[in-house]
Design a protein around this ligand. Structure first.
Ligand SMILES: Nc1ncnc2c1ncn2[C@@H]1O[C@H](COP(=O)(O)OP(=O)(O)OP(=O)(O)O)[C@@H](O)[C@H]1O
Ligand SMILES: [Mg+2]
Length: 342
């Protein structure tokens, strides 16, 4: 039951505005997420893609206010969840929202379940944190949650420990914990990467079913464009801490504009090839310390780079309705470089 009178279902559930998240390395601040803006509407599934090190996890941890304390911090911009700027929320208030209104499935499922507690304990802990229910009710609800994520014999599994379960089962448990309080937004960071293809498909089907039943929005982070095609409404392509392209899923696949996106598309492996997805773009994502200070961060790997790409920083701009690209190829004229946001 919501008491938030200012929020209606047409508003975005999440607004990220010019988010800058920095890590301190050798006494200097480096932005791992740099000027990122996007909205998530209720029930929308937004895919976030980009190679390793592009800032996908740091972006999600920023939204959850779960950055490693003293190491990473939000340095600029705003994260607004259901109309509330999370910067202004105390740890206590954030704890009330986290797990209840917004949940996250972390990239490393093996490390996010606590090995010393039973599955039931960990599920019930989440329920007790957010609901006024008895022990007996919590146990029954946990069993029904485990059942809802396709775990057979939930009455037995509830008393087992994480190491007694397969990777797929652990991931289902993670999902059960994440959806226990029917969040309005789920951030799923590579929810299926560690799993084999069949289990992967089952978990994605499960997420979609839950999304429909619970009317929840999902930010789905993945290396796998096949997953994006199957699951997402909109896609954000990140490169070196920035959004380089954002559009609906059909446009992304049929009319990609940024050369990085085009290369990602070309990097989709064929079904029968057992190769790492996104492995075939030459070069690597720059580390935070080696980030180009001006110009397009992709310029030195870009097959379409022009001389000015190394000196003029492109801005993310709408090239047509609902399609944003950050590339000089699509900018007719640029003001002087000093005026640009890096
Ligand atoms: N705790 C940290 N301290 C310093 N730098 C960090 C830390 N965590 C992440 N980074 C840096 O921030 C950048 C973004 O990392 P992030 O983990 O968000 O990438 P990612 O897109 O999630 O990659 P992957 O696909 O491998 O999960 C990288 O350059 C990474 O090295
Ligand atoms: Mg990550």
């Amino acid at each position: 039951m919501s008491t938030k009178t200012h929020f209606n279902s047409e508003s975005p559930i999440l607004e990220v505005k010019n988010l800058q998240t920095a890590f301190e390395i050798d006494g200097e601040l480096h932005n791992a997420v740099d000027n990122v803006s996007f909205n998530v509407k209720p029930k929308q599934i937004i895919g976030v893609v980009g190679e390793s090190g592009c800032g996908k996890s740091v972006m999600s941890l920023s939204v959850m206010k779960l950055l490693p304390k003293g190491i990473g911090s939000i340095r600029g911009g705003e994260v607004i969840f259901e109309g509330k700027n999370i910067e202004n929320l105390s740890d206590k208030d954030m704890n009330k929202i986290r797990g209840k209104d917004v949940s996250m499935i972390f990239q490393e499922p093996m490390t996010s379940l606590n090995p010393v507690f039973t599955i039931g304990y960990q599920l019930q802990e989440t329920l007790f944190n957010h609901m006024a229910i008895t022990k007996k009710e919590a146990r029954l609800k946990s069993i029904s949650l485990l059942k809802s994520v396709g775990i057979s014999r939930p009455e037995k599994i509830i008393d087992e420990y994480p190491h007694q379960l397969s990777g797929g089962m652990r991931q289902r448990v993670m999902i059960a914990i994440a959806i226990a309080c029917q969040p309005k937004l789920l951030i799923a960071d590579e929810p299926t990467t560690a799993l084999d293809v069949t289990v992967q498909a089952q978990i994605l089907d499960l997420l979609r079913d839950i999304q429909e039943i619970n009317n929840m929005a999902i930010i789905l982070i993945t290396h796998d464009l096949g997953v994006v095609a199957e699951m997402c409404d909109e896609v954000i392509v990140m490169y070196a801490g920035k959004i380089v392209e954002r559009t609906d899923v059909d446009t992304l696949f049929h009319n990609p504009k940024h050369p990085y996106t085009e290369l990602l598309m070309g990097a989709i492996p064929k079904m029968d090839e057992d190769v790492e997805v996104l492995s075939s773009i030459e070069g690597i994502v720059p580390s935070l310390k080696n980030m180009p200070k001006i110009g397009c961060r992709f310029a030195n790997r870009c097959p379409k780079a022009m001389p000015e790409c190394k000196s003029i920083s492109p801005l993310l701009a709408e090239t047509e309705a609902g399609h944003e690209v950050s590339c000089l190829l699509y900018e007719s004229s640029m003001p002087n470089e000093g005026a640009n946001v890096r």
